[in-house]
Design a protein around this ligand. Sequence first.
Ligand code: PGA
Length: 262
Amino acid sequence: MTDKRRPIVAGNWKMNTTLRDARELATALREPLAGLDGVDSVLCPPFVYLIAAGEVIEQSNVALGAQNCHVESKGAFTGEVSPAMLVDVGCRYVILGHSERRRLLKEDDALIRRKLESAVAHGLVPIVCTGENLAENEAGRTTEVVGGQLRAALHGLGGLLGDDAGAKLVVAYEPVWAIGTGRPATAQDAGATIGSIRRTLVELLGEAAAAAVRIQYGGSVTPANAAELFAQPEIDGALVGGASLKAPDFFAICRAAAAAGL
Ligand code: PGA
């Protein structure tokens, strides 16, 4: 991690927790994270628990994020949640293009790009996810696949992001085969792919803006492997699934990121 970029660790709770769990998890993290400098931490509960978790972390240094949003601000889109609604309930971040949504809910690059544009226009910071599947990895296509996803997601958005891209955008590299499997990418491979993502960002956004964008690694991050991942100069934090559901584990990962960023 370079000293120019502040590490960011986000907990993607996915479709987990009850209302009570959500409150307890946020409560268990609020105080320990308040004492931790040098890292941005984000909790991303399910939509229905955003308000409850948000109340717990209000006025703290822990930010609230959502796991998805619709393109439009409002209207006849039954079952959807708009970026304006997310801002209204206190969200700063929104995860977009997670591989589970790409794969299971058939979200394509074009839709993710429209969501990203809308999220930024509403003042949310998208955490845009990229990552290759196992077959693509084994075929040596990782850089090509991830670069293609990023180009599609950011197509034509250089103006909207402007010189301030570092404050308006976070990218996550999450190899699909590493998510929820207990088999993370090696720190070296993750660092190399994230380096290639940054080179793509240079093409898309220019040198200065690309240097400021934080790029997370995601996929089976735990307290045991976090420090090694964060020791890679290009890895600026983590998007954490399973381990974010246990307060001590999520805190330990945030602490490792803060330590690496100093
Ligand atoms: P995992 O999930 O940490 O459980 O592998 C990461 C993610 O999907 O964001």
